[in-house]
Design a protein around this ligand. Sequence first.
Ligand code: KIV
Ligand code: NA
Length: 271
Amino acid sequence: TRRIRLGDFARAKREGRRWAMLTSYDQYTASIFDDAGVWALLVGDSAANNVFGHETTLPLTVEELLPLARAVSRSSRRAFVVSDLPFGTYEEGPAQALRTAVRFMKEGGAHGVKLEGGVRVAEQVRAITDAGIPVMGHIGFTPQSEHQLGGYRVQGRGEAADRLLADAHAVQDAGAFAVVLEMVPGDLATRVTAELSIPTVGIGAGPGCDAQVLVWQDAMGLRTAGTARFVKQYAQMAQVLEQAAATYVDEVASGAFPAAQHTFADSPVQA
Ligand code: KIV
Ligand code: NA
């Protein structure tokens, strides 16, 4: 199996073939999703919520996310690995953004980086792509600015559509190879997808996008409380794990585990 590269995303857009992206923050999800045919793995700053237990993505640091990027890039053979740039590590300008992006490529082993914002981060996107680093944009609802946006809300409704279109074009013109559209009305996402020559990756943006992304703990039902309307649950991981753990607890208490086959004899058994 050969690594998915930028040319594959461009070709898929031309040929109208849709592809899937999932978040991943560790070895097993990376290799399992890779084997399942997921084209791109996102080491999302949603690790703040889904790995480290924070309420927002804001507290996540480079030092926390870097080792997760390393684990995911080491453990996937085919998927294109994108790492988020944490809040506060690119807003100051192109120099800061490039510095952070280089760390995720060099120390994290990522194949590209993602940062939030449209027009306001165009210079950052340009500086990073000029350095030979693929950039995925992220517009619409951007969780790192949730306090400014007033919570998890659909973006680009009504007159705000023009601003969203401007953001989409700004990241494309700055050199991004793809752009995430988060919580955008379906019709607007379809229009953005038609206008752009780079793929759109939807999350809560309807079926008109070139690709889709979900947070894996949401998609696989590990997190079940307070999931958004745009999430589809493909498995019931929380239920599976809780039942298994409860059975283990019971069997330890009853003495059913460990059994003879889990126990070493004084001399090795001959085959
Ligand atoms: O961090 C994340 O998981 C993301 C996706 C939801 C797009 O940015
Ligand atoms: Na993110």
